[in-house]
Design a protein around this ligand. Structure first.
Ligand SMILES: [Zn+2]
Length: 128
């Protein structure tokens, strides 16, 4: 069995990290696991349904699964800087790197907030 490193840079095999979440075999038990799986969904492309399902509907800004399936950027790295969870809410601060149209490495820094509804974690959005 071949083992591919997970796109989320956890150094774990994809099959033991984000794949079971993307395949809906498991649900994310913490905000950071959900955040990692969403990063992998963006990095791989084609997982728009998953991105939409894990986004709090009221904050998904009318995006469609088709929009979210487009792999528009080449994501190359992910570093989780900080994370915390209190009751039904949590946040993850991370730095993600991608290559822009000209191949230039660019960094995206975000503090994402997450909410747990009926036992499932959802991405709420970027903290302003
Ligand atoms: Zn992963």
């Amino acid at each position: 069995m071949k083992s591919n490193p997970c796109p989320c840079k956890s150094k774990k095999p994809f099959q033991a990290c984000c794949e079971p979440l993307l395949m809906r075999e498991k649900i994310a038990t913490t905000p950071s696991k959900l955040m990692r799986s969403r990063y992998s969904a963006y990095a791989l492309g084609g997982y728009g349904d998953y991105l939409l399902e894990t986004w709090l509907p009221s904050s998904a800004m009318g995006l469609s699964a088709a929009d979210l399936s487009v792999r528009s950027l080449t994501w190359v790295d992910l570093t989780v800087l900080n994370k915390s969870q209190q009751g039904e809410s949590g946040f993850v601060e991370f730095r993600a790197a991608y290559l822009d149209e000209s191949g230039q490495r660019t960094t995206h820094h975000e503090k994402s907030t997450f909410s747990r509804v009926k036992g499932r974690w959802f991405y709420v959005g970027e903290e302003s």
